[in-house]
Design a binder for this molecule. Structure first.
Ligand code: LP5
Ligand code: MN
Length: 254
């Protein structure tokens, strides 16, 4: 349980689902502007998964990833605490890249106690329990010994396997009903109950919204973060409450 300082000067930002890759330069520009702008002025930044489009291992180095790590590192060095929770795309992001980027890896779910109540952070994919094929896949690839075996393979083979899974995933998604790719309400209720009825913040579904759920007579909020494109949507906790915000890079305003 994170408690920390609970003063009103504390500003916390939450983002998820950037899906960064070299093929999305506008999203990269949005991130670099966001890091120089709003993120540089906050006290904590939480990244709730799928920062990258995919991650095949920390040894899969590129100039692009070095650039992103450097941008996060600059913000961290200015005094901002940056925490990263893995998503279904980047769960193999390891200690080596985290250190380079100055980010701390945190578990899913993650409890955060703020002055206005308890918060629970998650990527959200675990809540999509109706997606049986995905949950079976998840169980396998989140197994630590499976990951060790995968990471011990040559990078070229890993990249090829990732490409295969991505192709298969995109094809299977076209066959799945939209509802099964959303959270299951019983799974949400179980999670809220197990964590004493917090405000849940998650991403993954790309269905940004603020929901209210009454569980065992207790009112809980569930806030779904937006994925990113040319702009940088984020959730801000400041002055004891949450605010929906969007950072729009100058180039995207033309
Ligand atoms: O990401 P998104 O939102 O588009 O789709 C997800 C689910 N898909 C995935 C797969 C990722 O998109 C791509 C992989 C990322 C890289 C991971 C790196 C390391 C893994 C390497 C594995 C070899 O997460 C999608 C959900 C959707 O969210 C909505 O919730 O539906 O799930 C799928 O489409 C998965 C398929 O239904 C099942 C795929 C079965 C593959 C079985 C082969 C397993 C063997 C693996 C070892 C070779
Ligand atoms: Mn996801």
């Amino acid at each position: 349980m994170e408690t920390g300082t609970v003063g009103t000067e504390r500003t916390i930002l939450f983002i998820s689902d950037l899906h960064l890759c070299e093929g999305r330069p506008t999203t990269t520009r949005a991130l670099l502007g966001f890091l120089e702008g709003p993120a540089s002025r906050c006290s904590e930044l939480y990244i709730l998964g799928d920062l990258f489009e995919y991650w095949a291992g920390d040894d899969d180095t590129t100039d692009f990833k070095t650039l992103i790590a450097g941008a996060f590192r600059t913000v961290r060095d200015s005094g901002v605490r940056i925490r990263f929770m893995a998503g279904n795309r980047d769960f193999l992001l390891g200690a080596s890249y985290a250190t380079e980027a100055g980010i701390e890896r945190i578990d899913d779910p993650f409890e955060l106690q703020l002055m206005d109540g308890n918060y629970l952070l998650s990527h959200g994919d675990q809540l999509c329990t109706d997606d049986i094929a995905y949950q079976a896949f998840r169980k396998q690839v989140r197994d630590l010994s499976w990951q060790e075996g995968f990471l011990s393979q040559p990078l070229a083979i890993r990249r090829r396997l990732v490409e295969e899974i991505r192709t298969r995933s995109e094809s299977e998604k076209t066959q799945k009903a939209s509802e099964i790719m959303d959270v299951n309400m019983s799974a949400v209720e179980r999670l809220l109950r197990a964590h004493d009825y917090p405000t849940l913040i998650h991403g993954h579904t790309h269905r940004p919204a603020w929901h209210e759920h009454t569980v065992d007579g207790r009112l809980c909020r569930r806030i779904v973060l937006s994925d990113w494109n040319a702009s940088a949507p984020y959730l801000e906790w400041s002055t004891g409450m949450l605010h929906d915000r969007v950072y729009i890079p100058e180039t995207a305003q033309d």
